[in-house]
Ligand binder design. Structure first.
Ligand SMILES: [Zn+2]
Length: 286
């Protein structure tokens, strides 16, 4: 959708335009910038290039594959239930593609992983939005078959009731916007840091670290939340991986130089802890 007037965007040779004449160029790596100037709080909002490259290095090492695989399982289970309740046959489903929005997608790892693993059973059309142009550039360069836009998750540029699933890993969002774009009964799968996430790393940054408190309360427009806890240890066998982990987090800006050197030498294992929250949209179709 056009972020200015909310009309549908049509593709043209150079990009996208709406019936009111608002135009958006297609960028070099085949993404579109739909972030309006008045939605920017800084010149280059969102994660920096260094953070995105570090996250790419870390995730491509397989360090969080256990999380990616749990997300795949949850998405598969939802699509399986959906196909059974709709009574659609397996042959019909293989012709049908489900829409998944990766909200605050970063460099696109989790949704691309899910798509690749489920492709044969449940074809997925992936859209990703992130406020960081570095994130979207990396995602669009890496996963060429998905659609990406630089856009705010508080003003989603997708049509109402267009998505089967919204995946949101560690990103900000607006529940009303997610309710708007999900189909009735659609799945919102949110991942938040769990209480003890990266506690060994945080011990190098803070004398007494505060525990994360994941938001798992009920939200209007969604049915009862289901909470899943996922915890595992990640080994960090070399300095490059330790450096990538630190650089992809905001802790990089809070750690002293001395503690950073200590961390790079000594942090050979870290505890990953995630809270996964599943909600289903109650919105009735218009
Ligand atoms: Zn417009």
């Amino acid at each position: 959708m056009c972020p200015v007037c909310k009309c549908s965007l049509l593709q043209s040779a150079s990009g996208f335009s709406c019936i009111n004449g608002h135009q958006y160029d297609r960028a070099k790596y085949n993404y579109v910038n739909l972030l309006l100037a008045n939605q920017k709080k800084s010149k280059e909002p969102g994660d920096s290039k260094a953070m995105i490259n570090a996250r790419h290095t870390f995730l491509q090492s397989g360090a969080y594959e256990i999380l990616a695989d749990r997300l795949r399982t949850l998405v598969k289970s939802y699509l399986n239930d959906l196909s059974q309740t709709s009574g659609a046959s397996a042959s019909l489903l293989t012709c049908h593609s489900f829409n998944l929005l990766d909200a605050a997608c970063g460099e696109g790892y989790y949704s691309a992983y899910i798509k690749e693993k489920l492709e044969r059973e449940y074809p997925l059309t992936i859209s990703g939005v992130d406020i960081s142009k570095f994130a979207i550039t990396k995602a669009a360069k890496t996963y060429k078959l998905n659609s990406y836009a630089v856009a705010s998750t508080y003003n989603l540029t997708l049509e109402t009731h267009s998505q089967d699933i919204v995946l949101q890993v560690f990103g900000p969002s607006d529940a009303k916007e997610i309710a708007r774009i999900l189909k009735p009964g659609g799945l919102w799968l949110e991942v938040m840091p769990g209480e003890s996430h990266l506690e060994e790393l945080k011990a190098f940054v803070y004398e007494k670290s505060l525990k994360h408190e994941p938001r798992t309360d009920e939200i209007q427009g969604f049915s009862n939340a289901q909470i899943h806890d996922l915890a595992f240890d990640v080994s960090l066998p070399n300095t490059d991986l330790r450096h990538a982990l630190l650089t992809m987090t905001p802790f990089l800006y809070r750690i002293s130089d001395e503690n950073k050197q200590q961390l790079l030498q000594r942090l050979n294992k870290v505890h990953a802890h995630f809270t996964l929250c599943l909600r289903h949209s109650q919105t009735q179709a218009c």
